[in-house]
Design a protein around this ligand. Sequence first.
Ligand SMILES: Cc1cc2nc3c(=O)[nH]c(=O)nc-3n(C[C@H](O)[C@H](O)[C@H](O)COP(=O)(O)OP(=O)(O)OC[C@H]3O[C@@H](n4cnc5c(N)ncnc54)[C@H](O)[C@@H]3O)c2cc1C
Ligand code: FES
Length: 307
Amino acid sequence: MGANSSDRAVLSDTIDPMHRDDEDPSVEIVAREDFSDLTFLLEFRHPMMAKAAKPGQFVIVIPLEHGERIPLTIADFDRDKGTITLVVQAVGKTTKEMQQTCRTGTTLFSVVGPMGEPSHIGDAGKVICVGGGLGAAPVFPQARAFKENGAYVIGVIGFRNKDLVFWEDKFRKYCDEFIICSDDGSVGIKGLVTDGIKAAMEKHDDIDEVIAIGPPIMMKACAETTRPNAIKTTVSLNPIMVDGTGMCGGCRVKVGERMQFACVDGPDFDGHQVDFDDLMSRLKRFSEEEKLATERWSEACRAGKVS
Ligand SMILES: Cc1cc2nc3c(=O)[nH]c(=O)nc-3n(C[C@H](O)[C@H](O)[C@H](O)COP(=O)(O)OP(=O)(O)OC[C@H]3O[C@@H](n4cnc5c(N)ncnc54)[C@H](O)[C@@H]3O)c2cc1C
Ligand code: FES
């Protein structure tokens, strides 16, 4: 565990020690797909990173020179093609800038990774993989890994409405059962992912593990749904990260009696032990600054100072 784990491959296109002068240091975006007004997929080429990536890990991206570093989960990797896939939601300055500038054929200034501890894909016989909204993307590689490990996989994916659904085909390929939930009932069952979990738990009394990824409030609700049955529940935490190497302390989270750094000890943790209220309050620490940054950027866009 920790930043010095010898088995963790941390590769960077800016500081990659294996980088050769004759190589182009930029990371080329080879595909982009827009899932909605807010959510888009980027696939970039990085054969070494694709070779090293494991489910549950993330990368730190600096999209443009002089830009901010932001953590994004590896939503998919293709070792044959040598590519990594990210799914991004445009929520603030940097992700909106990415939505505007990242196109097929353009480059990302810097990508570091894979980072974080890989998810533990144990020998569970039956698992529920839960993704809420954008969380569907990061839970996908785990669902696939469990299936490839021989588990019976139940996918539970929730969206606000049917227009926001993505990767249904990918999930169906690896899930023995697949439940879609929507807030408005426009697709699948009308309800939250916790309703999907309850439906799966009623049908199966032998669930070994639940993996839930999505907004903190959703992961908290999933953990409360499984707590009475004491079903192991793993969540992937998304605190504010700066360096991503365990040095700055920005990403500390309370898990049981222990203070953990999500970037090096996680991001996966025992959902029954996580202090979600502390996580949610820490996520709001910079909301004023974030609002200002987005406003300034939008203003610059309107004034034509940003292309
Ligand atoms: C391990 C991890 C994996 C993530 N994976 C994804 C992903 O696959 N797709 C995706 O769209 N988003 C992901 N996020 C969240 C993403 O990093 C933030 O949405 C992004 O940093 C927002 O930056 P912004 O400038 O666009 O928005 P801002 O306006 O700066 O922030 C919007 C909100 O994003 C969060 N945030 C801001 N800065 C950071 C930061 N440096 N680190 C973490 N959260 C931050 C805060 O909650 C903030 O309120 C992940 C976060 C973590 C920690
Ligand atoms: S981002 Fe985890 S310690 Fe700095």
